[in-house]
Design a protein around this ligand. Structure first.
Ligand code: ZN
Length: 248
């Protein structure tokens, strides 16, 4: 049977708007968690960015100049590990260098969230790391949250400031800027962002009350053991400072 030439073209040509099921799921997840960041006031205007590692060293990431509360799955950009765009009609986030540094340093990381939650960013703007062992579940889940020095957004300087902390921590305060969190799924990366902001609110209350009652070293060690049990060897070391030692 003769197949009309137009029909032959349809058979061999994939439609550009269709994505593979896994990629489509990740695009939808980025839309969902971007909306949650916006709804919770963790980002304003066009702030923040999210990404997911695809196979073959490709990164699916949010574009620049778009509200995280109103993205569509087709807005996302795909770049390679050098940051070169391989798919998408929008420009990639200017913070792509930070994402690439984390993916290159931590093969276990599959997703990254960057936002400016107001209380945690307040600590970052005050030059105060979230390193006091005040809440047991934060010690178990994140250890402490160090403060990286300031780096100009959109430049390689920003990634350099994070570099010393990326191997050992899953959440970092960025001086005078915001917070970055990452994990084995986008859901976990996002949850860590919520934990950081919630912990910052609790730490702020202890400052308002004028006193803090940090966990004792023996209790911290028990929590570290529990972390290994729950998260296994995949967890970053996320050391806790002892006594009054500060990480920053
Ligand atoms: Zn930012």
């Amino acid at each position: 049977m003769r197949v009309p030439s137009a029909a032959r073209f349809l058979i061999i040509s994939p439609r550009p708007k269709e994505f593979m099921p896994t990629e489509r799921k990740y695009r939808e997840e980025i839309v969902r968690y971007g909306r949650m960041l916006h709804q919770r006031g963790f980002v304003a205007a066009m702030d923040g960015n999210l990404s997911v590692r695809l196979k073959d060293d490709r990164i699916l990431v949010t574009p620049t100049c778009v509200s995280k509360g109103g993205m569509k799955p087709s807005d996302m950009v795909i770049v390679d590990l050098e940051g070169e765009r391989v798919l998408g009609h929008r420009n990639v986030t200017s913070e792509i260098g930070m994402h690439l540094l984390i993916y290159r340093t931590r093969p276990d990381v599959q997703a990254i969230v960057h936002a400016h939650p107001p209380t945690a960013t307040g600590f970052a703007a005050a030059g105060v790391p979230l390193t006091e062992p005040l809440v047991c579940e934060v010690v178990m889940g994140l250890g402490c949250i160090p403060l990286a020095r300031y780096g100009t957004p959109g430049t390689s300087e920003l990634a350099q400031t994070l570099e010393p902390y990326v191997p050992n921590y899953d959440a970092i305060l960025m001086s005078n800027h915001g917070v970055v969190t990452y994990g084995d799924t986008l859901e976990h990366a996002y949850m860590k962002m919520e934990t950081v902001e919630h912990f910052a609110e609790i730490a702020l209350v202890t400052h308002l009350l004028g006193r803090q009652q940090p966990l004792q070293q023996g209790e911290i060690e028990k929590l570290m053991l529990a972390r290994t049990k729950y998260f296994g060897a995949k967890a970053a070391t996320m050391p806790m400072p002892v006594a009054s030692e500060k990480v920053s």
